[in-house]
Design a protein around this ligand. Sequence first.
Ligand code: ZN
Length: 103
Amino acid sequence: MKKKQKLQTAAAMIRIYCKARHRKKILCSSCSELFDYVSERLEACHLSEDHASCFMCPEYCYHPDMRKKVKKVMYYSAPRMLFYHPILTLRNLHHLKKTHRSL
Ligand SMILES: [Zn+2]
């Protein structure tokens, strides 16, 4: 998956999460901070683009606090993504299945 697609997915998931949990029309400060962090990590990621790295694999390079936050967002938003963004989600599920068996 291309970095741009990963970033799109991350943005979509964080938006869904923030809207539901924090009741904001735009991202609240902690969620936009999380998104900034995710895009930074994604930019810095040196794993190949085929690898479901960074947002999809927070184990690798995330700070433990951020990793916790990202996982919360993922668990909350992943099932809902199917409804809001079916095509993005199907692409990601493929990657998630390959790399997240242990989660
Ligand atoms: Zn929020």
